[in-house]
Design a protein around this ligand. Structure first.
Ligand SMILES: NC(=O)c1ccc[n+]([C@@H]2O[C@H](COP(=O)([O-])OP(=O)(O)OC[C@H]3O[C@@H](n4cnc5c(N)ncnc54)[C@H](O)[C@@H]3O)[C@@H](O)[C@H]2O)c1
Length: 214
């Protein structure tokens, strides 16, 4: 199948692009940064999700992954950029699946205000899109990671005291890898045929944690 993915030059997006390539798919990545992947089935387009979007023929699966955190432009990039990309490549006859990489903060409300709001908006928008693409038999879902071990989080991953505090709040005492999030994205888009309009939280129990006082 033909996959289009945003934010494929680093972190979770790069892992998702590699996962589809390993499974024999044809991948086009869109990122403001140059390509991190060199593969015969990979095409890289340097573009901003808020700028002019390139023409891409026949997208079967769209993965909306590009995102920023506490940038002063979180609503624009994460929400408006995602909507632009989805309306162009996703909401059309022929689409088979759309996946959004949202965040556990969409449900908890924690983290940076505009970031949480942008991700909450993505989940509402995901449900709106799911209803519109269902007429073509397409699924549309989001994956909401908690902490993932990417460079985005170097600030807390490299500070032992902050990392210990985070682990105290995380029941499974670890974060997910980018490769594991890629497995989830692959499953909900390339394997799943019946689940749609759903958000899946993959957060090592972070948002389920509630201290029981007796
Ligand atoms: N890392 C985490 O802990 C975590 C947790 C929950 C959700 N997420 C979400 O997962 C997604 C990927 O995060 P990551 O940790 O891999 O981040 P990252 O910073 O490592 O990678 C993000 C990629 O998106 C690209 N990008 C940013 N702005 C763009 C724009 N305007 N147009 C095109 N490309 C753009 C960047 O250049 C980069 O390659 C983001 O949406 C993020 O909010 C991450």
């Amino acid at each position: 199948m033909r996959i289009a993915i945003t934010g494929s030059s680093k972190g979770i997006g790069e892992a998702i692009a590699r996962k589809f390539l390993e499974n024999g798919h044809i991948v086009t990545g869109i990122d403001v940064l140059p390509a991190a992947i060199s593969h015969p089935n990979y095409t890289h387009i340097v573009a901003d999700v808020l700028g002019e979007l390139p023409e891409i023929d026949g997208v079967d699966i769209l993965v909306n992954n590009a995102g920023v955190q506490n940038s002063g432009r979180d609503i624009e990039v994460n929400l408006q950029g995602t909507i632009r990309v989805t309306e162009k490549y996703g909401v059309r006859r022929g689409i088979k699946s759309i996946v959004f990489v949202a965040s556990a903060s969409a449900s908890t409300g924690s983290e940076f205000p505009e970031y949480a709001a942008s991700k909450g908006g993505i989940i509402s928008y995901m449900k709106n899109v799911a209803l519109r693409v269902a007429q073509w038999g397409a699924t549309c879902n989001s994956i909401s990671p908690g902490g993932v071990t990417t460079a985005l989080n170097d600030r807390v991953m490299k500070d032992p005291a902050l990392w210990q505090q985070i682990m105290e709040e995380t029941p499974l005492k670890k974060w997910a890898s980018a490769q594991e999030i890629a497995e989830w994205v692959y499953f909900v888009s390339a394997v799943n045929k019946s689940m749609t309009a759903q958000d899946i939280i993959v957060d090592n129990g972070e948002s389920a944690k509630a201290k029981f006082v007796w």
